[in-house]
Design a protein around this ligand. Structure first.
Ligand SMILES: *Cc1c(COP(=O)(O)O)cnc(C)c1O
Length: 494
């Protein structure tokens, strides 16, 4: 199967090339030429499989230029021994028709582990096929979760180096500690004096700087991206929605009317993966897109107008503080009848005016497939409280946004069919806000809060967080945003 650019269907590459390259040269995103559809027999077989077997089965549909051995090597490397109980994506019923898909049992306690444990294997296997011998340098700008998950994923992976930049005052204390204590011989971490957008712009500038590319090329190195613009990060996310469907079937859930999926959304990567799972044949009814106060997607789904010209809010669900949802471009491509010209024009509007409007027809199909809802920090905290009291379930701040929008959806529409709510982070990554949600006073430092949360909730502290208690930071770099390229070159010894 080939991959095409959302902005120019004439550009066709193999899966390996799409993954090694990350983004198409015309600025478009790579999408599969067609979405594979699974048969009833396929789903019956998947139902009996382990997560790793399901992962191999799903990936095989998309990575047709990988051998069975390569796929097995990738999924086993990614998922054996890295997640609690070797269960990367357990489904837990919390009462009635609400089921939580827990995606935070990996090494960094956020859902990004599901993709970023696998991506290094996919990337190095792809690079062997298409760019022989070159060392890959992964550059990441992060507002917290992606950086740590990418560091863990790429730590000591042969023939790769990874460099992460985060805004000095824009990540949680736990996120900062997680990154600054990262082990490995091929990793580098630096804070920048600036916000997340500065870090992101700095990294993008390095990617497109020909002089820097030249220096790397002479040293037989090339840059790549670990962001969700890379197909190698999206494909792993489709697996857990297919797996969640199998789990519901195995639990005896009545799925005669299908099921709904709720996703706390930022860059639109996670919910897009659920859409692909639906297209592959999982009987997903509504895709419920939950946002925090940065509700650009809610407005878009409700009006057909995407407008990023608005106030940016810093919230207690920081991984969703985003005004440009990159992966929406792939969804637009699907709902504009895969018309590359239309997508290119809309993206041009977005970069020039920060805004675009889709046709009535496209707006209607968005509304047909998605429901968009949002809630602010107070409502997020109230939901943490209510879900803990009513359902005995402790949510992190991002998951709480999803639960809030789900409750709202059910009361507005009366549609209470079985639902899968994606839980994207452990509550211990955001212990302060979760404690406040429970109505508890805060202690003096992060680990006292972690202890208190455990005492109040009875929920076990995840071992990767517990292990940070006495960890000593290795990195304490801070650089100016205009010096990022220099820092990268120096660190590579070039
Ligand atoms: C990244 C992240 C999100 C948003 O996911 P997208 O794929 O960007 O929509 C939600 N919750 C948490 C905890 C995250 O780390």
């Amino acid at each position: 199967m080939n991959y095409i650019s959302t902005r120019n269907k004439e550009i066709k590459v193999s899966a390996a090339q799409a993954i090694a390259q990350g983004i198409s040269k015309d600025g478009g995103l790579f999408v599969p030429e067609s979405i594979p559809v699974l048969s009833t027999a396929d789903f019956a077989a998947l139902q009996k499989m382990s997560y790793i077997e399901r992962a191999a089965f799903v990936l095989k549909q998309f990575l047709t230029d990988f051998t069975d051995e390569e796929i097995k090597y990738c999924v086993e490397g990614a998922y054996i021994g890295t997640f609690d109980n070797n269960e990367p994506a357990p489904v837990k019923n919390i009462g009635g028709n609400a089921n939580i898909l827990e995606l935070w049992h990996g090494p960094t306690c956020a859902f990004k582990d599901l993709a970023l444990q696998l991506l290094p294997y996919l990337l190095t296997t792809s690079a062997k096929k298409v760019s022989e011998g070159k060392q890959t340098v992964i550059l990441v700008a992060t507002s917290g979760d992606t950086g740590k998950a990418a560091l863990e994923g790429f730590c000591d992976v042969e023939n790769t180096k990874i460099m992460v930049f985060y805004p000095n005052d824009g990540v949680s204390a736990m996120q900062k500690l997680q990154m600054d204590t990262q082990k490995g011989d091929n990793v580098f971490v630096s804070a920048i004096n600036g916000n997340f957008d500065d870090a992101q712009t700095g990294v993008k500038n390095i990617f497109t700087d020909n002089a820097v590319a030249e220096i790397l090329s002479k040293a037989n190195m090339q840059f790549s991206s670990a962001n969700s613009i890379n197909w190698g990060r999206l494909a792993p996310q489709i697996i857990y929605y297919i797996s969640a469907y199998c789990e519901l079937l195995n639990n005896g859930t009545d799925l005669s009317d299908g099921f709904n999926v709720v996703v706390p959304t930022g860059n639109f990567g996670n919910i897009l993966a659920a859409y692909y799972a639906k297209q592959m044949g999982a009987p997903i009814n509504k895709l419920i897109c939950a946002s925090n106060a940065n509700n650009v997607l809610t407005d878009f789904i409700n009006t057909g107008v995407y407008d990023r010209n608005r106030k940016f809010f810093t919230t207690i669900s920081p991984s969703m503080d985003i005004l440009i949802s990159s992966n929406l471009e792939r969804m637009l491509f699907e709902l504009c009848g895969r018309n590359d010209k239309t997508v290119a024009a809309l993206q041009k509007d977005l970069s020039e005016n920060g805004k675009y409007t889709v046709s009535n027809e496209v707006a209607l199909s968005f509304k047909d497939i998605f429901y968009g809802g949002c809630c602010d920090d107070d409502m997020t905290k109230a939901t943490i409280n209510k879900t803990f009291k009513d359902n005995k379930y402790l949510c992190d701040t991002h998951t709480a946004v999803a639960v809030n929008v789900y409750n709202d959806y059910v009361s507005k529409t009366g549609d209470d069919r079985p639902t899968v709510i994606a839980s994207t982070a452990s509550p211990y990554k955001f212990a302060n806000s979760v404690l406040e949600g429970l109505g508890e006073a805060l202690e003096d430092n992060e680990f006292e809060n972690v202890e208190k949360l455990s005492a109040v909730s009875g929920v076990e502290i995840p071992s990767p967080i517990d292990a940070l208690r006495n960890a000593i930071p290795r990195f304490n770099n801070v650089c100016e945003k205009q010096d990022m390229a220099k820092v990268v070159i120096n660190n590579l010894g070039l």
